[in-house]
Design a protein around this ligand. Sequence first.
Ligand code: ADP
Ligand code: MG
Ligand code: ZN
Length: 496
Amino acid sequence: MRRPAPASLGARKRVFMSQMEPVIGLEIHAQLKTKSKLFCDCPTEPGAEPNTNICEICTGQPGALPRMNAKALELAAKAGLALGSTVNSQSLFSRKNYFYPDLPNGFQTSQIDPPICSGGSMTVGSPEALKTIRLNRIHLEDDAGKCVHDAKRGRTLIDLNRAGVPLIEIVTEPDLGSSAEAVEFLKKLHALLVRLEVTEGRLEEGEFRCDVNVSLKPKGAKELGVRGEIKNLNSFKFIGQAIDCEIKRQSALYASGQGVRQETLHFDSANHDIRTLRTKEEAHDYRYFPQPDLPEVLVSDDTLAQLKASLPVPIEEVISRLNSLGLRDDQAKLLVDRRDGVEYFNAAVAEGGEPKRVAALMAELFLPAVAKSDLNPLKAPLTPKGLADLAVLLDSGRLGRRAAYEMFVELFESGSDPEKLAQNKGVLQISDSGLLSKLASEVVAEHSREVEKYLGGQEKVMSFLVGQVMRRSRGAADPKGAAKALTEAIESGRKQ
Ligand code: ADP
Ligand code: MG
Ligand code: ZN
């Protein structure tokens, strides 16, 4: 008798994975939108020459004393309020001790217990199947500097401009179940924090980055598996890829009987590869202790009430208001997703633009132009009033869709009055009904054979007649208006 061939590793992995489920928890670092650093007056704006935005405090000179930036505290509390966290009236800064060349103090100033905010949550999924992702905490901390590897000369340089820049770290519970869910969560969180003006959120500047913890467990099991932690990812795409890579890596380890050990990992996005940074045996013992140079962090009831009052309307409410104006979900979402998109829309509607028309113009023409020129909508040369006027011109039939689209770039860049521009270009249509009826009567009188065909049921002839009106108007007639005028002229001809 033949023995069955042993299952391949691939097959074993598939069987194994069908019985396991991924568990994911995120630690998100968002740079707070402040002018100066967390404990000194140095500017936070990126792009300066290395080591120019530094002082004795953020470079850890002996005896220099940190001073808390009140704005950073306010922004952290604001994020917590919007995420349903409890903002603690008293919290503490601690020193998280470790050595790294870009950490001049020899410790990071962070919060362990209590943090500025505890708990909270955010949902993912569709309205029919919402899933709540719990937050563990939000805490304040300062950023480290940056090592710059100069491969040419074989040396490493240190830039301390980032050292001391204020961050919040948002830590989720391990409630996420797939890379798609994690990415959805992060995009939603990013949009919320940007909307709250808690962060600028420029991913390429490292202003929103994430550590991803991934483990596998048997489906339905309570106990969590051993996790791998992938550090410092700052692109939604790479985060998704890194999670999938790590799930594959772990399932291969389990399937081959080796098991997973707790590790800190690095995702190599060029090669889709996961590398070990450190294993648990070498894990840091941070020896957290209270930072004696800083007082307790206090948030008064008054401050909290003021912050609550300053929170913007929740996104769901904004969307349902836009829906009630007749906007489709995708249009509403587009406006909400763009910074100041809804503000621009509201202003254009207040200037007399019909909401659906304004939304369509924004989606098809305005927002792409804004994105291309990297502008804030409210700073675009084409003002909400200009867009509203364009909407009115289109709705009145005086400007054709094609002409509007063709002149849009110029309109956008010059910010000129749409009616004047259309007039100068000679694309304004005649929708003056007196003139249109005159032209229509002329055409009807001259083309009695076609009119008869039309009356005999050949409806296609109408486009020929409209074409004749267009010709007489040298292309300036509004085709819909022309068709209407023609029907009227034919009708009244029959009655005579
Ligand atoms: P640290 O990474 O600093 O040791 P924690 O142990 O609190 O901190 O965990 C940090 C993150 O790891 C949290 O987002 C948490 O949800 C997540 N996490 C913890 N255990 C697991 C696990 N077994 N699988 C996946 N994620 C986990
Ligand atoms: Mg961690
Ligand atoms: Zn400084």
